[in-house]
Design a protein around this ligand. Sequence first.
Ligand SMILES: Cc1cc2nc3c(=O)[nH]c(=O)nc-3n(C[C@H](O)[C@H](O)[C@H](O)COP(=O)(O)OP(=O)(O)OC[C@H]3O[C@@H](n4cnc5c(N)ncnc54)[C@H](O)[C@@H]3O)c2cc1C
Length: 412
Amino acid sequence: MQHTDITIVGAGSAGLTLALLLAPLDLSITLIEQGPEPELTEPDFQRVSALNLASQRLLQQLHVWPGLSAHAAAYQHMSVWQADSFGRIDFSAAEQQLPALGWICDNEQIRQQLYQQVKGCHNVRCLFNSCIKKLTQSEREVVLQLSNDDLIFSRLLVAADGANSFIREQQKMPLLHWDYQHHAIVATLACDEAHQATARQVFWPDGPLALLPLADPQRVSIVWSVPPERAEQLLALSPEAFAQAVTAASQSVLGQLQLCSERRRIPLRMRYATEWVQQRIVLVADAAHSIHPLAGQGMNLGLMDVAALAELIANQLEAGQSIDQPQMLQQYQRWRKSEAQSLILAMEAFKRGFSGGLPLPKFLRAVGMNALNKQPALKQKMMALALGNAGDLPKRVQLSASAASEFAAPSA
Ligand SMILES: Cc1cc2nc3c(=O)[nH]c(=O)nc-3n(C[C@H](O)[C@H](O)[C@H](O)COP(=O)(O)OP(=O)(O)OC[C@H]3O[C@@H](n4cnc5c(N)ncnc54)[C@H](O)[C@@H]3O)c2cc1C
């Protein structure tokens, strides 16, 4: 039997980051993960995420960035275009007066580097290969019974156990969800022409293809979102025919491509928990929301959830208040729900706005994209939000006031 202040379920990017954020506080933390302890390995770039500037600032503060940046690829440019029209929009770090627009990182490396820091925290107890058998909640605590029959009593339980959250389901926390009617195919490809540190996304009527630059100037990671039956066909192709299909879908922007990894398929669903707090249980990151990867924002959003929760918990302790105070948990819920809702709506608008091949909507989309491309001030505002340089951010990741005002002044 064990008593702990906060139990975090799930050692993904969100759970590990939260453990690190809470570690400096006067709290005991238990982290429970069903999988094995992450070991340092060379990245294989099977799954990658585009981290924005706010996430990078957070990982920098947590001393995770130096290890991670060794294999991360900074991208300086972003090009988005419509495959079958003249619509196009380009962004560049130089135009935004920034060192980079973001970084492409290997997902497993993110976990490994986070865990390297968590390992050194004396007040964080990590239980790997641990399954939860039973969860009960009383007015005073949450009790977890593990599969080895150990009991853990906590004042607060944070569910960071991913999109299919066991905790959310066990507690019957209501979930709004729909199928995006897309499966994402992810793979690594070698390209004839250097990617020039540019993240590219081409919109076809049936879904977008993203080409994300890796540290090797002639390798990209793709996320190709297509209807399920098309995904089936693409996976049935030989490696050569698949590479040919990606080359055609990318309009040969990087020349001929060659497949150099397995292909993985991930069905895409929107999930949004309508309640993020139930007494002493709190949902964060993918356990609370999962969105279409077309704007590469899911992990960034989750990292901001945990930074927000850690900030509110730290404020409570500083004010001599309890970490399980309902008002504080409600404040977290209000704050982060509103950020998640905005992104869910934006993803839906993007997905619907770019799908379909009818001539008039296609023409209007193209005109709109080109008009936006010629509006530096508007582009800068859009980018500031996507990069995590604007919005209702946790304090520790906000740009300093001077940097923010510099950022707000668009170059002519
Ligand atoms: C194709 C694709 C591309 C994406 N690209 C981007 C991108 O470019 N940028 C971006 O920001 N986001 C991106 N995302 C989103 C991003 O991958 C997720 O938002 C992020 O990985 C979620 O992290 P998490 O820690 O919440 O959940 P997870 O990474 O799913 O971690 C959950 C952890 O909980 C553990 N767990 C689960 N159940 C239990 C249990 N019962 N007990 C104990 N442990 C448990 C799991 O083993 C796992 O370790 C993409 C998503 C997809 C599908």
